[in-house]
Write a new protein. Structure first.
Lengths: 358, 294
């Protein structure tokens, strides 16, 4: 080999990571990732508060922030905390759930197209919920549970059909798209069969909607996130080795199959609870991890920043959906769909050109 | 964690013997199709071993089993006398590293990031990047002459640089045993030699045990201390290159007739294939510059 070069100055500021240590604790600080995370979180918080100002009874921005902590006049506190907060919180939590779940799936399959909304998981959750609403057999289960079961069943189906000595990224996507179409046909069939009232309720839910959310949805979603988010983020180190391929990951001491299963279940759980709370808000899980990755300049979607980006996008889209056409309130899913479709096209074109689709 | 094994008297010279890797009565199969049968092997500790053989003879399969990427159907692979399957995953990854054939890095991943991931068996959730990690990564970058390219994305490097980056990751892992599956595939000749020299450095300077699958017999002879020739899932011959790579063995293993002459540079066997158009009759003396007097 050529003679070794003198070691360069370490840890120049910028995109280069540097070491933080208070022995025995140590970690890597990535300035750009940190800044992106803080910026996106701030943006999401602003949109969150902004959303709380909107409604029949206008509340000033500063009053909203005060009312959040329970101060200010009693009427404003009730309006903000009881009437508007659930909607904003569901938007926030759904965004986080979809963003993180998308990051998990895209990282695991090493393919930006393998997000839960592309491979039929949200469709499957939707079919289960619509079936329950239209056919009237909820079996005493809440919509969240039904959505969870639907997404889990779909995930198992996709995984089983894509399995051929190990499920690879491309096969999961192709099978997932097929399964997704089956689910959406089933959903359409159920909606067509149902009576008008049921059909309308189901349709309103199917496009992804934050309207009329209550603390019930907030609670189940918050509990799900409190459990699944730490599990997912805790596996970040293993996600980073899994990205190098199964054999390399195993060689680096990653328990490949258990980690993959745990990540799959966590990702499915996040999407299922999110879908149950707000319907399949289109393209959030697909686009937000990709946006976060580009903002943070990382080589794979950073899970937490993807979640924050998801929150930002859902809250922002909901604002647009409510304010874009005066007097009309669109479901948030229509806005994310309109914004997300170009992102999907861009990913498809890029994947084709670089030949890195799989 | 004890690495002092009283049952390894055979390492005569190595001052600090690393763990010993051994396969016993190994049967391996893919999709129920037997690939390796009844194979016994002791990897010489602190040496470079090359596994050679025709395509689909089971050499990569054997390497995967030695790294626990493939569970044996029968028999056992042992690390210091302990069955590989009962070694904790993380502990195994601290003793044995594997570089699969042509791994692919995610787009945009920098060399530094890739090499850093080699440290993951040494990390915990509270100790994600220790001083030892940093030191190991810098040493690995330096050993592979990649320090200047540390912040470049791996997918933008040349084939040779890319392979060096992957080797650097395995070097940073810091394992006494390193398994490499065809580390020179798809590289041009200069880069092949580059990579093989680097692997030799790892062995000579740090005493790492190296096992690699190689296609090129002459390179195997020149760079390995120990050559294992495989055919149809069995070991046909093993030992020093000069003992293993003979005209008879090459004909048996590769179904190829050849002449063998000493490598003018290293003195190790140099295989000159005959083929259909260069039949017998031509005496070895007909080869210019390569003759017995070297």
């Amino acid at each position: 080999m050529p003679s070794p070069v003198v070691a360069p100055p370490r840890a120049a500021l910028g995109n280069r990571p540097f070491r933080l240590a208070v022995p025995p604790v140590s970690g890597v600080l990535r300035p750009r990732l940190l800044l992106t995370g803080v910026g996106v979180a701030l943006g999401a918080f602003l949109l969150f508060c902004w959303g709380l100002t909107i409604g029949d009874y206008p509340v000033a921005f500063t009053d909203v922030i005060r009312a959040l902590w329970g101060s200010g006049d009693a009427g404003t506190v009730i309006v903000v905390q009881d009437l508007r907060l659930p909607r904003a919180l569901v938007g926030l939590l759904v965004g986080v759930a979809f963003g993180v779940s998308g990051a998990v799936f895209q990282t695991m399959t090493r393919n930006p197209l393998a997000s839960p909304d592309m491979i039929g998981l949200t469709e499957g959750a939707g079919t289960a919920v619509v079936a329950a609403v239209v056919l009237g057999w909820t079996g005493g289960l809440g919509l969240s549970t039904l959505g969870l079961l639907g997404a889990l069943a779909t995930a198992l189906l996709v995984y089983a059909l894509a399995w051929k000595g190990g499920a690879t990224g491309y096969r999961i996507i192709l099978v997932g798209i097929g399964v997704s179409w089956i689910c959406s046909s089933a959903t359409n069939f159920l909606v067509a069969r149902g009576n008008r009232f049921e059909a309308e309720a189901a349709l309103g839910w199917l496009v992804g909607n934050l309207n009329g959310r209550t603390w019930n949805q907030v609670d189940s979603l918050a509990i799900a996130l409190a459990v699944l988010l730490p599990i997912t983020l805790g596996m970040g180190r293993w996600m980073r080795t899994l990205m190098l391929g199964d054999d390399v990951a195993a060689g680096l001491g990653t328990p490949v199959q258990p980690v993959r299963l745990a990540l799959l279940l966590a990702g499915v759980g996040l999407v299922a609870f999110g879908t149950a709370a707000a319907g399949p808000v289109a393209f959030v899980a697909l686009a937000c991890p990709q946006i976060a990755q580009r903002l943070a300049g990382t080589s794979s979607p950073p899970p937490l920043v993807s979640g924050l980006t998801g929150a930002l996008v859902v809250l922002g889209s909901d604002l647009l959906a409510r304010e874009a056409i005066p007097g009309t309130e669109l479901p948030v899913g229509i806005v994310t769909g309109a914004l997300g479709a170009p992102v999907l096209l861009w990913l498809l074109i890029r994947a084709n050109r670089a030949g890195s689709g799989g | 964690m004890s690495t002092t094994d009283p049952r390894t008297p055979r390492t005569s010279e190595a001052p600090a013997p690393g763990p010993e890797l051994r396969a016993r009565d190994l049967h391996l199969a893919y999709d129920g199709r037997p690939v390796v049968e009844n194979l016994n092997l002791t990897v010489p500790t602190g040496r470079i071993t090359a596994i050679v053989g025709a395509n689909a003879c089971g050499k990569s399969t054997l390497l995967r089993a030695l790294a626990r990427l493939l569970a044996p159907r029968q028999g056992v692979v042992e690390l210091d006398g302990v069955a590989l399957r009962s070694v904790p995953t993380r502990e195994l990854a601290r003793k044995l590293g594997i570089l699969p054939q042509t791994p692919v890095a995610p787009e945009g991943l920098t060399v530094l990031d890739l090499v850093g991931r080699g440290r993951s068996p040494h990390q915990t959730w509270w100790r994600q990047w220790s001083a030892a990690d940093e030191e190991a990564v810098h040493a690995a970058l330096e050993a592979t002459s990649l320090t200047d390219l540390a912040e470049r994305p791996v997918d933008e490097l040349s084939g040779g640089q890319r392979q060096r980056a992957w080797i650097a990751m395995a070097v940073a892992q810091g394992t006494p045993i390193l398994l490499l599956d065809e580390p020179t595939t798809y590289l041009d000749l200069a880069h092949q030699i580059d990579v093989l020299d680097l692997i030799t450095d790892l062995n000579r300077r740090e005493g790492r045990t190296i096992v690699m699958v190689l296609h090129d017999l002459n390179q195997a002879c020149r760079y390995a201390d120990h050559v294992i020739a495989m055919k149809a899932g069995r070991i046909v011959a093993e030992g020093a290159p000069a003992d293993v790579v003979t005209e008879a063995t090459v004909e048996d293993v590769f179904d190829l007739r050849c002449r063998i002459t000493p490598d003018p540079v290293s003195g190790t066997p140099l295989v000159i294939p005959l083929g259909r158009h260069h039949h017998d009759g031509t005496s070895p003396a007909g080869q210019p510059g390569v003759s017995e007097k070297v």
